[in-house]
Design a protein around this ligand. Structure first.
Ligand code: ATP
Length: 433
């Protein structure tokens, strides 16, 4: 991390959102999350969003199947908040981002922005909305035209919308460059003259040109060096405070998501499996998949380093979205899977105020099907790795032995983030079934 930048700490929730999170939920525990009670005040509401990419084969290009990239997402995004979206590669995060910015046409479902149904707006219909909804892309190398100066790139939204900002385009572009921490004198330079972090700042300046209300950032820092990531994350954070932006930030990295998000949606194979405010998700994850993801996150607090840690290693690959498993899509990799999981898809329900989960056998909440027989395959689904890291450096003493009792037990504790330190492969690591 660069010393010159503010290291992002725990993000403070937007002033209005804390009261929203704390407000008693009007929905009963069994109420579906498809129509969140807060929809009325949402900037964006998504209901049952579906995107299936057809697979065509043969001379006649007949459709023989479909990639079920996004399959029934329901959530809302509240003004001023950051919704983090996390999940393994291929789970449909980018597709979701492109759907809500209407870069892709949905196969089904509904997208409502500021009370307007934008689900099937055509290019002309979307034009006014382009000002309010912008996207920042992952790769600052391919998302900027190498033949255009950054002045031309950042001014493109004004040309496209036919807008002349007060004071002229050049002055406004230079103001934007300054806003994102770039030298306004570099207006005439080309993308190849900038580093990756600077290029991402150019992409952010372009996205902010039309003063959008909602910014969807798809892996905004994953292509950058770790030392630069904090700078860009801080920049996004500062711009949100300064300009009152609402973010949907997509990332596979739970550390980044933790820093930036007020609420977090965890996706698996085209579905949201858990949606919760940050504190609840990290302190008491309910979906086994969330717990497994969190168990791999390094602990940021150095005082907790050096403790024994348990990691849940999911075995096998994510199944194909062309033929996803029936019932709960996670059941083929879940250590808690039962017969019901194999046959019945669990709805995303609010089991605690502000925390929704799609699971028959959640963690940190009452079992929804306690008498259901376990699947034989569940025992083989995961591997628990207990790691006892090396003693603090310098380490004159021998490395302490791991406790054999706990190394042989079931996954313990409720906080997947507790005790993890990211020291995979450290001395003292032992594996158990
Ligand atoms: N245009 C497309 N045509 C066909 N399949 C697609 C298309 N775009 C995405 N997919 C498929 O949809 C699924 C979800 O992809 P998506 O890129 O949304 O996932 P992701 O979670 O963002 O993954 P990553 O982090 O790797 O980008 C993948 O199986 C992908 O191959």
């Amino acid at each position: 991390m660069n010393d010159n930048v503010k290291i992002p700490g725990q993000k403070s929730a937007p002033s209005s959102s804390s009261s929203r999170e704390d407000a008693p939920s009007s929905s009963a525990a069994s109420a579906s999350a498809a129509s969140p009670s807060s929809s009325a005040e949402a900037l964006l509401t998504v209901e049952g969003l579906v995107k299936h990419f057809p697979i065509r084969t043969g001379m006649l290009r007949r459709q023989t199947g479909a990639v079920q990239a996004v399959d029934g997402l329901s959530f809302d995004v509240r003004p001023g908040e950051t919704l983090g979206v996390v999940g393994e590669s291929g789970c449909g995060k980018s597709t979701m981002g492109r759907l809500i910015t209407r870069l892709l046409e949905p196969t089904g479902g509904k997208i409502v922005f500021q009370g307007h149904d934008i689900t099937h707006l055509n290019t002309a219909g979307m034009r006014p909305l382009r000002r309010d909804v912008q996207m920042i892309f992952q790769d600052p190398y391919s998302s900027l035209n190498p033949r255009h100066t950054i002045g031309t790139i950042v001014s493109a939204p004004f040309q496209l919308q036919g807008i002349t900002p007060e004071g002229g385009v050049k002055r406004e572009v230079q103001r934007l460059l300054e806003l994102v921490g770039l030298n306004p004198e570099h207006y005439n330079r080309y993308p190849h003259e900038f580093s990756g972090g600077q290029r991402q700042r150019v992409g952010i300046a372009r996205a902010l040109a039309l003063k959008p209300k909602l910014v969807v950032a798809d892996e905004p820092v994953s292509a950058l060096d770790v030392s630069i990531q904090a700078q860009v994350v801080n920049l996004l954070d500062d711009l949100q405070d300064e300009l009152g932006l609402t973010y949907v930030i997509i990332a596979h990295d739970l550390s980044v998501i933790r820093h930036v998000s007020d609420r977090i949606a965890v996706m698996y194979l085209g579905k949201i499996v858990e949606l919760a405010d940050r504190a609840s998700l990290y302190s008491a994850p309910m979906h086994p998949y969330t717990r497994a993801l969190l168990s791999a996150v390094p602990v940021p607090d150095p005082r907790r380093r050096g403790g024994k840690s348990e990691r849940i290693l999911l075995k096998g690959d994510v199944p194909s979205p062309i033929a996803p498993p029936p019932g709960c899509r996670f059941h083929t990799r879940c250590w808690k899977a039962t017969e019901r999981c194999r046959t019945e898809e669990p709805p995303l329900i609010e089991l605690r105020p502000g925390q929704r989960v799609a699971c028959h056998h959640p963690e940190n909440a009452p079992d929804q099907a306690p008498d259901d027989p376990a699947l034989g395959s569940a025992r083989e689904a995961v591997e628990i790795v207990t790691a006892v890291p090396k003693a603090a450096e310098p380490a004159p003493e021998p490395v302490p032995e791991a406790d054999p009792e706990s190394a042989a037990g079931e996954p313990e504790g409720t906080d997947g983030a507790e005790g993890t330190d990211g020291t995979e492969g450290a001395d003292g690591e032992r594996r158990k079934q």
